[in-house]
Design a protein around this ligand. Structure first.
Ligand SMILES: Cc1cc2nc3c(=O)[nH]c(=O)nc-3n(C[C@H](O)[C@H](O)[C@H](O)COP(=O)(O)OP(=O)(O)OC[C@H]3O[C@@H](n4cnc5c(N)ncnc54)[C@H](O)[C@@H]3O)c2cc1C
Length: 431
């Protein structure tokens, strides 16, 4: 173990409050007078637990607070454009907490910039591109003897409090999370004006509660529109799951329970997956042994159709439902949740190898979805390869992986309405 790792461990053991969202990584004495909050995942004020902790810490220690809004990591320039637009007014809004506010690209966070920091707060990182950034900050803090705190502001229950291991399925994590909800529902900084992005997130949530929640039992139907569409706001931390939970949990219906199952249990299972499985994005290690065994068994099964990524993004498959899903992905940056499952299952069915299917699904997911590049994306794709699922009846190509087909869509939904809807989107956009 390196000196840095053993030091980190030592400080982790000395945590003042083990049940908190906040983790002290380094505890040093230094003579600098700034407390710097690196806002990397929670671009909001209401229930921004990182901001709250940084403000309190700076006040208690008589440090000057500086806030750096660190640009989100995006692969798609359109998604980055969206992010930048959404945080345009954030510096102005943050002025009430600090006079030193700046928007920074990731590579602008350097040793020089952090030179006068006494203490650094940073939002907790889970995925590789955020962990790489965090490691850079951690190395600077270590080399320059700066206090370092991470805060888990975008999950309801901190991941290592919810469970101390990688969970097998929603069933194994559900009670662990549910039994701790009461401890983490306190709200912070809610008496302040909303930023533009927060305001939009609140409008989307209000709209969902008023117009869609009563129909949430129909949310799988792609021809209807009864999901919340809140996922991009959660991704960028424009809204906290605590805010959403506190509003929905007071509505005592089966639909609100079903929604909270997705928002809290399914979403935090995804965080559990990427946190405890450092190979969450490696085809060879992301799913279960039974799934690899069954895929190995069927590796040479004949594929009736073989398509490439270019075929998908040019809507060139024989399947109108899949093509419609691709249109929703490319034109609208999203996809109905049931269609996401169908979409990824078809990529498995139509790729030369399982590895290629995994690569294509992850690449498309992370590039086109506005809510891509989140634990949910990696977990959703892994689910299609058996993760958090069980073995089903054996069949070609899929083996014991769950299979989905077009007949199911036709039986359950007015799926041709979905195709028409996406064709209309295409016409609207091409005009
Ligand atoms: C192959 C595949 C890929 C996916 N890729 C992504 C992705 O890149 N980003 C993403 O946020 N979600 C992803 N999901 C999960 C889910 O489909 C989306 O979260 C959901 O469609 C977002 O729409 P909504 O906010 O209207 O959902 P709602 O039904 O209104 O749900 C509310 C919130 O609950 C959470 N949630 C819902 N379903 C799931 C789920 N199955 N797993 C984890 N959390 C869930 C989301 O945060 C969502 O915003 C994927 C699922 C699959 C099967």
């Amino acid at each position: 173990m390196s000196t840095l790792e053993s030091l980190t461990l030592l400080f982790h053991r000395n945590l003042k409050n083990k049940m908190s969202r906040i983790t002290q990584v380094f505890d040093y004495d230094n003579s600098h007078d700034k407390c710097i909050y690196l806002m990397t995942k929670s671009f909001r004020i209401h229930n921004n637990y990182s901001l709250y902790e940084a403000i309190n810490y700076a006040e208690t220690k008589s440090l000057e607070l500086a806030i750096y809004i660190v640009e989100a990591y995006e692969e798609n320039p359109e998604n980055l454009k969206y992010f930048k637009k959404m945080v345009e007014d954030l510096p102005l809004r943050l002025k009430e907490f600090s006079s030193i506010i700046a928007y920074k690209k990731r590579d602008e966070i350097t040793e020089d910039l952090l030179a006068d920091a006494n203490t650094i707060f940073v939002d907790k990182a889970y995925l590789r591109f955020d962990l790489d950034f965090y490691e850079k900050v951690k190395m600077i803090a270590y080399k320059k003897s700066k206090n370092l705190f991470t805060v888990e502001a975008n999950v309801f229950v901190p991941v290592n409090v919810a469970s101390n291991k990688e969970e097998y399925s929603a069933k194994t994590i559900r009670n662990k999370i549910n039994s701790k909800l009461g401890e983490y529902r306190d709200e912070r900084l809610v008496d302040h004006d909303l930023t533009k992005a927060e305001g939009l997130a609140f409008t989307v949530l209000k709209d969902f509660i008023n117009k869609k929640l009563n129909y949430y039992h129909l949310h799988n139907d792609p021809s209807l529109d009864y999901t919340s569409s809140i996922s991009p706001y959660l991704k960028f931390g424009f809204i906290s799951p605590v805010t959403i939970y506190n509003k929905i949990s007071s509505i005592k219906t089966e639909n609100s329970e079903a929604f909270l199952e997705e928002l809290i249990i399914r979403r935090e299972l995804a965080y559990n997956f990427v946190y405890y499985n450092p190979t969450y994005d490696d085809f060879n290690y992301m799913t279960y042994d039974w799934a690899y065994r069954t895929m190995n068994h069927h590796v040479n099964d004949e594929r009736e159709y073989i398509y490439t990524k270019e075929d998908y993004i040019n809507y060139r498959t024989h399947d109108p439902y899949f093509n419609a899903a691709m249109k929703e992905m490319i034109y609208l940056g999203k996809m109905n949740s049931y269609m996401r499952m169908y979409w990824c299952k078809k990529i498995i069915e139509w790729s030369k190898t399982y590895q290629e299917a995994y690569r294509i699904a992850i690449e498309l997911n992370n590039f086109y979805f506005l809510d891509g590049l989140t634990p949910n994306g990696y977990c959703g794709v892994a689910w299609c390869f058996g993760k958090h699922d069980r073995a089903w009846t054996e069949r070609p190509i899929f083996g014991k992986l769950r299979y989905m087909n077009a007949n199911g869509l036709e039986r359950k939904f007015n799926i041709s309405d979905y195709v028409k809807k996406m064709d209309n989107e295409e016409e609207r956009i091409k005009k």
